[in-house]
Design a protein around this ligand. Structure first.
Ligand code: ADP
Length: 156
């Protein structure tokens, strides 16, 4: 049976940190589904369509990566898709504390689902989408933090 992981997040926009987690996880899983969480009450910088297009462009040559969007609880999506593994990246101890609570509550409610954590590559620890949005908002150039397959200006 294929081992499939769901990598959920906002990806607003995708960063080199996200890209690296996906590629590294492909040595553990047969397929990785990048799932963009959609929250109707939260205003995003990039539309869902643009975020999906960006991620598809990054993994255009990797048939084992699929990109979808979803609304609601990640565990419900996992059960719907019959996926048993949630993949999350960890940068700092703050990430760890935040993720620990979610993963442990998920474990109590859905014991069939495992959350797998991957520590960020050292050079990606400070990279996050919030800072990239801030750079873009002020007409800076964040290209070193964005996967090289994308020209972020094409999506503005
Ligand atoms: P969320 O809004 O759910 O935190 P993000 O899009 O910010 O979603 O991140 C999705 C996942 O990628 C999370 O597990 C997050 O910890 C991880 N991640 C974000 N940035 C990095 C990075 N620089 N290195 C490794 N993992 C990262």
């Amino acid at each position: 049976m294929d081992k499939v992981a769901l990598f959920p997040g906002s990806f607003d926009p995708i960063t080199v940190g996200h890209e690296s987690i996906v590629y590294r996880s492909l040595s553990l899983f047969d397929k990785v589904i990048v799932a963009i969480g959609y929250n109707a009450n939260k205003k995003a910088f990039f539309s869902i369509e643009k975020r999906m297009a960006m991620i598809r462009q990054v993994f255009a040559n990797e048939p084992r990566v699929e990109v979808i969007s979803y609304e609601g609880l990640t565990v419900d999506l996992c059960n719907r898709l019959e996926v048993r593994y949630i993949l999350r990246g960890l940068r700092t101890s703050a990430d760890f504390e935040f993720e620990r609570a979610i993963a442990q509550v998920n474990k109590l409610m859905h014991p069939n689902i495992e959350t797998i954590f991957m520590l960020t590559a050292p050079q990606h620890t400070p990279v996050n989408s919030t800072i990239i949005r801030d750079i873009l908002l002020h007409n800076g150039n964040p290209s070193q933090f964005i996967p090289s397959a994308i020209n972020i200006k094409d999506y503005l």
